[in-house]
Design a binder for this molecule. Structure first.
Ligand code: GLU
Length: 426
Protein backbone atom coordinates (compact mmCIF):
# COMPACT_ATOMS: atom_id res chain seq x y z
CA UNK A 1 0.00 0.00 0.00
CA UNK A 2 2.65 2.52 0.93
CA UNK A 3 5.13 1.22 -1.63
CA UNK A 4 4.84 2.27 -5.26
CA UNK A 5 6.19 -0.71 -7.16
CA UNK A 6 5.64 -4.43 -6.77
CA UNK A 7 8.63 -6.54 -5.76
CA UNK A 8 9.83 -8.42 -8.82
CA UNK A 9 7.64 -6.48 -11.24
CA UNK A 10 9.30 -3.52 -12.82
CA UNK A 11 7.57 -0.16 -12.56
CA UNK A 12 4.08 -1.25 -11.72
CA UNK A 13 2.19 1.59 -10.09
CA UNK A 14 0.90 0.54 -6.68
CA UNK A 15 -0.13 3.89 -5.23
CA UNK A 16 -3.89 3.31 -4.73
CA UNK A 17 -4.90 6.87 -5.59
CA UNK A 18 -2.89 6.83 -8.82
CA UNK A 19 -4.56 3.50 -9.62
CA UNK A 20 -8.02 4.96 -8.89
CA UNK A 21 -7.28 7.92 -11.17
CA UNK A 22 -6.11 5.61 -13.94
CA UNK A 23 -9.30 3.54 -13.67
CA UNK A 24 -11.30 6.76 -13.86
CA UNK A 25 -9.36 8.00 -16.91
CA UNK A 26 -10.01 4.76 -18.78
CA UNK A 27 -13.76 5.27 -18.43
CA UNK A 28 -13.47 9.02 -19.12
CA UNK A 29 -11.78 8.18 -22.44
CA UNK A 30 -14.63 5.85 -23.43
CA UNK A 31 -17.12 8.59 -22.51
CA UNK A 32 -15.12 11.33 -24.28
CA UNK A 33 -15.36 13.40 -21.11
CA UNK A 34 -14.11 16.97 -21.45
CA UNK A 35 -11.00 18.05 -19.57
CA UNK A 36 -12.86 20.34 -17.11
CA UNK A 37 -15.17 17.55 -15.94
CA UNK A 38 -12.18 15.21 -15.65
CA UNK A 39 -10.40 17.66 -13.38
CA UNK A 40 -13.44 17.91 -11.11
CA UNK A 41 -14.08 14.17 -10.90
CA UNK A 42 -10.45 13.12 -10.55
CA UNK A 43 -9.73 15.06 -7.39
CA UNK A 44 -11.05 14.77 -3.85
CA UNK A 45 -13.40 17.59 -2.87
CA UNK A 46 -12.24 17.78 0.74
CA UNK A 47 -9.45 16.23 2.82
CA UNK A 48 -9.26 16.58 6.58
CA UNK A 49 -6.13 15.51 8.49
CA UNK A 50 -6.45 15.29 12.27
CA UNK A 51 -4.18 14.57 15.23
CA UNK A 52 -5.82 12.34 17.80
CA UNK A 53 -4.33 12.43 21.30
CA UNK A 54 -5.24 9.30 23.26
CA UNK A 55 -4.48 8.50 26.88
CA UNK A 56 -3.15 4.94 26.81
CA UNK A 57 -3.74 2.44 29.61
CA UNK A 58 -0.23 3.07 30.99
CA UNK A 59 -1.07 6.76 31.56
CA UNK A 60 0.99 8.24 28.71
CA UNK A 61 -0.59 10.14 25.81
CA UNK A 62 -0.02 8.96 22.23
CA UNK A 63 -0.96 11.04 19.21
CA UNK A 64 -2.41 9.18 16.20
CA UNK A 65 -2.96 10.61 12.72
CA UNK A 66 -6.38 10.27 11.13
CA UNK A 67 -8.10 11.31 7.91
CA UNK A 68 -11.54 11.90 6.48
CA UNK A 69 -11.76 12.45 2.75
CA UNK A 70 -14.86 13.44 0.78
CA UNK A 71 -14.19 12.68 -2.84
CA UNK A 72 -17.44 13.82 -4.45
CA UNK A 73 -20.95 14.86 -3.34
CA UNK A 74 -22.59 15.55 -6.71
CA UNK A 75 -25.24 12.82 -6.24
CA UNK A 76 -25.77 13.11 -2.47
CA UNK A 77 -23.91 13.17 0.85
CA UNK A 78 -20.48 11.55 1.05
CA UNK A 79 -20.60 7.93 2.22
CA UNK A 80 -17.95 5.44 3.18
CA UNK A 81 -16.25 3.49 5.92
CA UNK A 82 -13.53 4.18 8.46
CA UNK A 83 -10.44 2.00 8.51
CA UNK A 84 -8.12 1.45 11.49
CA UNK A 85 -4.86 -0.05 10.20
CA UNK A 86 -1.10 0.51 10.62
CA UNK A 87 -0.56 1.02 6.88
CA UNK A 88 -3.27 3.66 6.28
CA UNK A 89 -2.03 6.61 4.18
CA UNK A 90 -3.78 9.75 2.94
CA UNK A 91 -3.48 8.52 -0.66
CA UNK A 92 -5.06 5.22 0.31
CA UNK A 93 -8.00 7.01 1.95
CA UNK A 94 -8.35 9.25 -1.14
CA UNK A 95 -8.47 6.17 -3.37
CA UNK A 96 -11.00 4.45 -1.12
CA UNK A 97 -13.14 7.63 -1.07
CA UNK A 98 -13.17 7.85 -4.86
CA UNK A 99 -13.99 4.15 -5.17
CA UNK A 100 -17.01 4.88 -2.92
CA UNK A 101 -18.17 7.60 -5.35
CA UNK A 102 -18.09 5.12 -8.24
CA UNK A 103 -19.53 2.28 -6.13
CA UNK A 104 -22.58 4.29 -5.02
CA UNK A 105 -23.15 5.42 -8.61
CA UNK A 106 -22.76 1.86 -9.97
CA UNK A 107 -25.59 0.57 -7.79
CA UNK A 108 -27.60 3.77 -8.13
CA UNK A 109 -27.82 4.84 -4.49
CA UNK A 110 -27.98 8.60 -3.85
CA UNK A 111 -24.57 9.18 -2.29
CA UNK A 112 -21.20 10.56 -3.14
CA UNK A 113 -17.99 8.99 -1.86
CA UNK A 114 -16.04 9.42 1.35
CA UNK A 115 -13.64 7.43 3.49
CA UNK A 116 -11.82 7.73 6.78
CA UNK A 117 -8.77 6.13 8.27
CA UNK A 118 -6.59 6.19 11.36
CA UNK A 119 -3.00 4.95 11.42
CA UNK A 120 -3.01 2.57 14.36
CA UNK A 121 -2.66 -1.11 15.19
CA UNK A 122 -6.01 -2.01 16.76
CA UNK A 123 -4.86 -5.56 17.50
CA UNK A 124 -2.33 -4.23 19.99
CA UNK A 125 -4.74 -1.81 21.70
CA UNK A 126 -7.13 -2.44 24.59
CA UNK A 127 -10.86 -1.89 24.23
CA UNK A 128 -10.61 1.23 26.39
CA UNK A 129 -7.83 2.68 24.23
CA UNK A 130 -9.83 1.94 21.07
CA UNK A 131 -12.91 3.62 22.53
CA UNK A 132 -10.95 6.77 23.45
CA UNK A 133 -9.28 6.81 20.01
CA UNK A 134 -12.62 6.39 18.24
CA UNK A 135 -14.41 9.05 20.27
CA UNK A 136 -11.65 11.64 19.85
CA UNK A 137 -11.38 10.90 16.12
CA UNK A 138 -15.18 11.27 15.81
CA UNK A 139 -14.99 14.58 17.67
CA UNK A 140 -12.20 15.83 15.38
CA UNK A 141 -14.11 15.00 12.18
CA UNK A 142 -17.48 16.11 13.62
CA UNK A 143 -17.47 19.45 11.75
CA UNK A 144 -17.68 17.68 8.37
CA UNK A 145 -19.82 14.60 9.06
CA UNK A 146 -23.58 14.29 9.63
CA UNK A 147 -26.65 12.54 8.16
CA UNK A 148 -26.88 15.10 5.34
CA UNK A 149 -23.15 15.63 4.83
CA UNK A 150 -21.05 12.54 5.18
CA UNK A 151 -22.03 9.23 6.76
CA UNK A 152 -19.24 6.88 7.96
CA UNK A 153 -19.56 3.11 8.34
CA UNK A 154 -17.32 0.15 9.26
CA UNK A 155 -14.32 -0.86 7.15
CA UNK A 156 -11.14 -2.82 7.91
CA UNK A 157 -10.79 -3.41 11.70
CA UNK A 158 -13.79 -1.29 12.68
CA UNK A 159 -17.20 -2.76 13.56
CA UNK A 160 -20.63 -2.02 14.97
CA UNK A 161 -19.15 -1.17 18.38
CA UNK A 162 -16.94 1.46 16.71
CA UNK A 163 -20.05 2.89 15.02
CA UNK A 164 -21.96 2.95 18.33
CA UNK A 165 -19.17 5.03 19.92
CA UNK A 166 -19.16 7.46 16.99
CA UNK A 167 -22.94 7.78 17.05
CA UNK A 168 -22.88 8.43 20.80
CA UNK A 169 -20.03 10.96 20.56
CA UNK A 170 -21.73 12.99 17.81
CA UNK A 171 -25.07 12.78 19.65
CA UNK A 172 -23.44 14.13 22.83
CA UNK A 173 -21.89 17.01 20.89
CA UNK A 174 -25.19 17.86 19.17
CA UNK A 175 -27.26 17.43 22.35
CA UNK A 176 -29.71 14.99 20.79
CA UNK A 177 -29.65 11.44 19.45
CA UNK A 178 -28.46 11.41 15.84
CA UNK A 179 -29.25 7.97 14.43
CA UNK A 180 -28.34 8.61 10.80
CA UNK A 181 -24.82 9.94 11.36
CA UNK A 182 -23.22 6.52 10.85
CA UNK A 183 -24.40 3.18 9.46
CA UNK A 184 -23.38 -0.34 10.40
CA UNK A 185 -24.66 0.33 13.92
CA UNK A 186 -25.91 -2.34 16.34
CA UNK A 187 -29.60 -3.26 15.86
CA UNK A 188 -30.33 -1.84 19.34
CA UNK A 189 -29.18 1.56 18.13
CA UNK A 190 -30.92 2.08 14.81
CA UNK A 191 -28.91 -0.48 12.88
CA UNK A 192 -30.48 -2.45 10.03
CA UNK A 193 -31.28 -6.12 9.88
CA UNK A 194 -28.84 -7.78 7.53
CA UNK A 195 -26.17 -5.04 7.54
CA UNK A 196 -23.57 -7.27 9.23
CA UNK A 197 -23.49 -9.80 6.38
CA UNK A 198 -24.54 -7.37 3.60
CA UNK A 199 -21.16 -7.05 1.86
CA UNK A 200 -20.85 -10.82 1.59
CA UNK A 201 -24.49 -11.41 0.70
CA UNK A 202 -24.42 -8.76 -2.03
CA UNK A 203 -21.28 -10.37 -3.43
CA UNK A 204 -22.93 -13.78 -3.38
CA UNK A 205 -25.79 -12.40 -5.50
CA UNK A 206 -23.22 -11.01 -7.97
CA UNK A 207 -21.27 -14.29 -8.02
CA UNK A 208 -24.49 -16.20 -8.77
CA UNK A 209 -25.01 -13.93 -11.80
CA UNK A 210 -21.42 -14.47 -12.95
CA UNK A 211 -21.85 -18.24 -12.68
CA UNK A 212 -25.03 -17.99 -14.73
CA UNK A 213 -23.25 -15.97 -17.43
CA UNK A 214 -20.35 -18.44 -17.46
CA UNK A 215 -22.64 -21.46 -17.34
CA UNK A 216 -21.11 -22.97 -14.22
CA UNK A 217 -22.88 -24.26 -11.14
CA UNK A 218 -22.05 -22.92 -7.70
CA UNK A 219 -22.99 -26.26 -6.15
CA UNK A 220 -19.72 -27.98 -5.31
CA UNK A 221 -17.73 -25.17 -7.00
CA UNK A 222 -14.29 -24.72 -5.41
CA UNK A 223 -13.98 -21.35 -3.69
CA UNK A 224 -10.80 -19.70 -2.35
CA UNK A 225 -11.08 -16.75 0.04
CA UNK A 226 -8.13 -14.44 0.71
CA UNK A 227 -9.07 -12.39 3.78
CA UNK A 228 -11.24 -13.58 6.65
CA UNK A 229 -12.70 -10.42 8.17
CA UNK A 230 -16.38 -9.49 8.08
CA UNK A 231 -16.70 -9.84 4.30
CA UNK A 232 -14.57 -12.95 3.73
CA UNK A 233 -15.89 -14.91 6.72
CA UNK A 234 -19.54 -14.16 5.97
CA UNK A 235 -19.01 -15.05 2.31
CA UNK A 236 -17.53 -18.43 3.30
CA UNK A 237 -20.54 -19.09 5.53
CA UNK A 238 -23.16 -18.05 2.95
CA UNK A 239 -21.67 -19.66 -0.15
CA UNK A 240 -21.29 -23.00 1.60
CA UNK A 241 -24.62 -22.96 3.48
CA UNK A 242 -26.86 -21.49 0.77
CA UNK A 243 -25.24 -22.65 -2.47
CA UNK A 244 -23.42 -25.80 -1.44
CA UNK A 245 -20.04 -24.55 -2.68
CA UNK A 246 -16.80 -26.05 -1.38
CA UNK A 247 -14.48 -23.56 0.34
CA UNK A 248 -11.07 -25.10 -0.39
CA UNK A 249 -8.71 -22.35 0.82
CA UNK A 250 -8.85 -19.51 3.33
CA UNK A 251 -6.28 -16.91 4.35
CA UNK A 252 -6.45 -14.38 7.14
CA UNK A 253 -3.81 -11.77 8.01
CA UNK A 254 -1.66 -14.41 9.71
CA UNK A 255 -1.98 -17.71 7.84
CA UNK A 256 -3.47 -19.78 5.04
CA UNK A 257 -5.23 -23.17 5.15
CA UNK A 258 -6.17 -25.58 2.37
CA UNK A 259 -8.26 -28.71 1.90
CA UNK A 260 -9.19 -29.75 -1.63
CA UNK A 261 -12.25 -31.62 -0.31
CA UNK A 262 -13.55 -28.52 1.44
CA UNK A 263 -12.81 -26.78 4.73
CA UNK A 264 -15.49 -27.06 7.42
CA UNK A 265 -16.62 -23.44 7.40
CA UNK A 266 -18.41 -23.64 10.75
CA UNK A 267 -15.30 -25.00 12.45
CA UNK A 268 -13.15 -22.35 10.71
CA UNK A 269 -15.46 -19.61 12.04
CA UNK A 270 -15.37 -21.14 15.52
CA UNK A 271 -11.58 -21.50 15.45
CA UNK A 272 -11.21 -17.87 14.33
CA UNK A 273 -13.59 -16.65 17.06
CA UNK A 274 -11.76 -18.63 19.74
CA UNK A 275 -8.12 -18.05 18.75
CA UNK A 276 -8.28 -14.86 16.66
CA UNK A 277 -6.81 -16.62 13.59
CA UNK A 278 -7.41 -19.57 11.27
CA UNK A 279 -3.83 -20.73 11.89
CA UNK A 280 -3.79 -24.24 13.32
CA UNK A 281 -7.25 -25.15 11.98
CA UNK A 282 -7.85 -28.92 12.16
CA UNK A 283 -8.57 -30.92 8.98
CA UNK A 284 -6.82 -28.42 6.72
CA UNK A 285 -3.21 -28.15 5.59
CA UNK A 286 -1.27 -24.98 6.41
CA UNK A 287 -0.16 -23.01 3.30
CA UNK A 288 1.48 -19.59 2.96
CA UNK A 289 -1.33 -17.02 3.07
CA UNK A 290 -0.69 -15.56 -0.38
CA UNK A 291 -0.76 -19.01 -1.99
CA UNK A 292 -4.50 -18.94 -1.39
CA UNK A 293 -4.64 -16.58 -4.39
CA UNK A 294 -2.97 -19.23 -6.53
CA UNK A 295 -4.76 -22.48 -5.62
CA UNK A 296 -6.70 -24.44 -8.23
CA UNK A 297 -10.29 -23.23 -7.77
CA UNK A 298 -13.38 -22.06 -9.66
CA UNK A 299 -14.01 -18.80 -7.84
CA UNK A 300 -11.46 -16.59 -6.09
CA UNK A 301 -12.45 -13.93 -3.57
CA UNK A 302 -9.69 -11.42 -2.79
CA UNK A 303 -11.17 -10.12 0.48
CA UNK A 304 -8.20 -8.51 2.22
CA UNK A 305 -6.47 -5.26 1.22
CA UNK A 306 -5.34 -3.43 -1.93
CA UNK A 307 -2.77 -4.82 -4.36
CA UNK A 308 -3.12 -8.50 -3.50
CA UNK A 309 -2.88 -9.46 -7.19
CA UNK A 310 -0.08 -7.67 -9.02
CA UNK A 311 2.21 -8.43 -11.95
CA UNK A 312 4.34 -10.32 -9.43
CA UNK A 313 1.75 -13.08 -8.92
CA UNK A 314 -1.02 -12.68 -11.52
CA UNK A 315 0.63 -15.29 -13.73
CA UNK A 316 -0.01 -17.91 -11.06
CA UNK A 317 -3.68 -17.03 -10.41
CA UNK A 318 -5.79 -19.90 -11.75
CA UNK A 319 -9.41 -19.02 -10.99
CA UNK A 320 -11.69 -18.42 -14.01
CA UNK A 321 -13.98 -16.16 -11.91
CA UNK A 322 -12.71 -13.51 -9.49
CA UNK A 323 -14.98 -11.39 -7.28
CA UNK A 324 -13.30 -8.46 -5.54
CA UNK A 325 -14.71 -8.54 -2.04
CA UNK A 326 -11.94 -6.17 -0.91
CA UNK A 327 -11.44 -2.68 -2.33
CA UNK A 328 -8.69 -2.44 -4.92
CA UNK A 329 -7.19 -5.94 -4.62
CA UNK A 330 -6.23 -6.23 -8.33
CA UNK A 331 -3.92 -3.75 -10.06
CA UNK A 332 -4.76 -2.32 -13.52
CA UNK A 333 -1.83 -4.16 -15.14
CA UNK A 334 -3.09 -7.44 -13.66
CA UNK A 335 -6.61 -6.60 -14.85
CA UNK A 336 -5.32 -6.59 -18.39
CA UNK A 337 -3.51 -9.92 -17.99
CA UNK A 338 -6.64 -11.54 -16.50
CA UNK A 339 -8.95 -10.11 -19.16
CA UNK A 340 -6.68 -11.29 -21.97
CA UNK A 341 -6.72 -14.73 -20.38
CA UNK A 342 -10.56 -14.74 -20.39
CA UNK A 343 -10.99 -14.50 -16.61
CA UNK A 344 -14.35 -13.08 -15.56
CA UNK A 345 -13.67 -10.42 -12.90
CA UNK A 346 -16.46 -8.78 -10.90
CA UNK A 347 -14.93 -5.43 -9.87
CA UNK A 348 -14.96 -4.16 -6.28
CA UNK A 349 -17.32 -1.26 -7.03
CA UNK A 350 -19.95 -3.86 -7.93
CA UNK A 351 -18.85 -7.00 -6.06
CA UNK A 352 -18.67 -5.46 -2.59
CA UNK A 353 -21.39 -2.80 -3.04
CA UNK A 354 -23.87 -4.79 -0.94
CA UNK A 355 -22.36 -3.26 2.22
CA UNK A 356 -23.02 0.34 1.30
CA UNK A 357 -26.35 -0.60 -0.27
CA UNK A 358 -27.67 -1.94 3.04
CA UNK A 359 -26.03 1.06 4.74
CA UNK A 360 -28.30 3.14 2.53
CA UNK A 361 -31.33 1.12 3.69
CA UNK A 362 -30.19 1.66 7.29
CA UNK A 363 -29.93 5.42 6.78
CA UNK A 364 -33.38 5.51 5.15
CA UNK A 365 -34.84 3.54 8.09
CA UNK A 366 -33.14 5.90 10.56
CA UNK A 367 -34.54 8.95 8.75
CA UNK A 368 -38.11 7.80 9.12
CA UNK A 369 -37.61 5.71 12.29
CA UNK A 370 -39.39 2.77 10.75
CA UNK A 371 -37.51 -0.49 10.50
CA UNK A 372 -37.60 -3.21 7.87
CA UNK A 373 -37.70 -6.97 8.29
CA UNK A 374 -34.64 -9.00 7.33
CA UNK A 375 -36.60 -10.50 4.42
CA UNK A 376 -37.31 -7.06 3.01
CA UNK A 377 -33.62 -6.09 3.31
CA UNK A 378 -32.54 -9.28 1.50
CA UNK A 379 -35.11 -8.99 -1.27
CA UNK A 380 -34.31 -5.33 -1.94
CA UNK A 381 -30.57 -6.02 -1.88
CA UNK A 382 -30.96 -8.97 -4.25
CA UNK A 383 -32.92 -6.85 -6.70
CA UNK A 384 -30.33 -4.05 -6.54
CA UNK A 385 -27.39 -6.41 -7.05
CA UNK A 386 -29.01 -8.30 -9.92
CA UNK A 387 -30.08 -5.11 -11.70
CA UNK A 388 -26.65 -3.54 -11.19
CA UNK A 389 -24.87 -6.65 -12.43
CA UNK A 390 -27.08 -6.67 -15.53
CA UNK A 391 -26.38 -2.97 -16.24
CA UNK A 392 -22.63 -3.40 -15.80
CA UNK A 393 -22.57 -6.54 -17.93
CA UNK A 394 -24.59 -4.86 -20.69
CA UNK A 395 -22.30 -1.80 -20.62
CA UNK A 396 -19.18 -3.98 -20.80
CA UNK A 397 -20.67 -5.86 -23.76
CA UNK A 398 -21.70 -2.69 -25.51
CA UNK A 399 -18.23 -1.16 -25.25
CA UNK A 400 -16.54 -4.55 -25.77
CA UNK A 401 -14.55 -4.18 -22.60
CA UNK A 402 -14.08 -5.81 -19.21
CA UNK A 403 -16.51 -5.64 -16.28
CA UNK A 404 -14.45 -3.07 -14.35
CA UNK A 405 -14.39 -0.66 -17.24
CA UNK A 406 -18.09 -1.34 -17.81
CA UNK A 407 -18.86 -0.43 -14.20
CA UNK A 408 -16.71 2.72 -14.41
CA UNK A 409 -18.35 3.84 -17.66
CA UNK A 410 -21.74 3.50 -16.00
CA UNK A 411 -20.69 5.18 -12.74
CA UNK A 412 -18.58 7.98 -14.18
CA UNK A 413 -21.36 8.73 -16.68
CA UNK A 414 -23.88 9.11 -13.86
CA UNK A 415 -21.66 11.34 -11.72
CA UNK A 416 -20.61 13.41 -14.74
CA UNK A 417 -24.27 13.95 -15.63
CA UNK A 418 -25.10 15.07 -12.07
CA UNK A 419 -22.11 17.43 -12.16
CA UNK A 420 -23.16 18.83 -15.53
CA UNK A 421 -26.74 19.63 -14.52
CA UNK A 422 -25.67 21.09 -11.17
CA UNK A 423 -23.00 23.25 -12.78
CA UNK A 424 -19.90 24.63 -11.08
CA UNK A 425 -20.44 27.02 -8.14
CA UNK A 426 -20.31 30.06 -8.16
N1 GLU B 1 -16.54 0.15 4.03
C1 GLU B 1 -17.54 -0.40 3.15
C2 GLU B 1 -17.13 -0.21 1.71
O1 GLU B 1 -15.97 -0.09 1.40
C3 GLU B 1 -18.95 0.09 3.48
C4 GLU B 1 -19.18 1.55 3.33
C5 GLU B 1 -20.54 2.02 3.84
O2 GLU B 1 -21.36 1.20 4.22
O3 GLU B 1 -20.73 3.22 3.85
O4 GLU B 1 -17.94 -0.23 0.83
Amino acid sequence: MAQTTAPGAAQEELNPFKIAQRQFETAADYLNLDESTRQVLKNAKRQLVVSIPVRMDGGEVRVFEGYRVQHNIARGPAKGGIRFHPSVTLDEVKALASWMTWKCATVGIPYGGGKGGVICDPKSMSKGELERLTRRYAFEIAPIIGPDRDIPAPDVYTDEQTMAWIMDTISMVHGHTELGVVTGKPIALGGSQGRGEATARGCLYAVREACRVRGISLRDARVAIHGFGNAGANFARLVSAEDGARVVAIADSRAGVYNENGIGVQSALRHKAETGTIEGLANAAPIPRDEVLEVDCDILLPAALENSITLANVGRVRAPIIAELANGPVTPDSDRVLFDRGVFLIPDILANAGGVTVSYYEWVQDQYSYFWTEDRVRETLEQTMRDSFASVYATAERYRTDMRTGAYILAVGRVAEATRVRGIFP
